[in-house]
Design a protein around this ligand. Sequence first.
Ligand code: PBG
Ligand code: ZN
Length: 341
Amino acid sequence: MSSLLRSSSETAAPGAAFPRVRLRRLRRSPAMRRLVRETTLNPADFVYPLFVTHGRDVRLPIEPMPGQSQFSLDHLLAEAAEAAALGVSAVLLFGIPEHKDALGTEAYDPNGVIQEAVAAIKSAMPDLVVITDVCLCEYTDHGHCGVLTDDGVDNDATLELLARSAVSHADAGADVVAPSAMMDGQVAAIRRALDDAGHQETAVMAYASKAASAYYGPFRIAAESAPRSGDRRAYQMDGANAREALRELEQDAAEGADILMVKPALPYLDLVTRAREAFAHPIAAYNVSGEYAMLKAAAANGWIDERAAMLEMLTGIKRAGADIIITYFAKDAAKALRSAD
Ligand code: PBG
Ligand code: ZN
């Protein structure tokens, strides 16, 4: 456009072209807003985390996570089927073992709660993607994510147990295994063990940038997995470090991760964006238990519009660059999207 056609105000301050430019024109009606919307949620974006416990006919509500429960296998199948019917692509399974011990043996027991759950879901719903969390903290009596010594969690001793767990999940039929222990080399160890066991087609979703976060509090109540002593700061990341997060992501990409995850989501949206820009891999963001609990608690008090705040939260995570959103809101959001404007 020639400068002759520009108003003097535009020439003086390019970009500040009011009154010719009026951004409100594209916000005038629901249809117009839909037309220009840049980010749209889809139920297929969601992964629904589920907690599996032993027994029959168990559906134990998780107090700090209203709407979520620990399920025995029978109820788990119904819950997974409901999510699938709503268009949710995948479930992420966490197991609550019968017995906990120092080495978390049920984590890699071929007849453990998670292995049985995977097999049952895959046989009932072969099209639903089944992802398993690979960690030891739900299974150890001390509640740490690996083998505990006087010196803290032993990285390399833990790798072997994580690899065994991942292979047992793949043997049961898991499509994707998701190591979350934050041990160095866990993706490489798992990839190698899967390949050696003939599971070349099993994908790895790496909890790559996982902060030591207070927002896991409700999950630890749900999974009965709080560390009995100390905390996880010697293996989970310091949330203050963005460059280090990129190194974690690079490391897991180099070790063969198929999907890279940033966790938690909301306090780390900058990392979601940086991961999106730095890698061509699918990027997952975990909208964790504390993020869910905060919204649920405010909504229960009548302090916030739950449906609108939920969709805004999930849209923000997707806009930041996540392809995949792991969220306890998966079912609720899928339902809300049916009537969203
Ligand atoms: C296991 C694991 C945790 C979460 C996912 N996998 C807990 C932790 O690391 O303490 C947290 C998920 C959530 O808060 O929703 N290591
Ligand atoms: Zn853990």
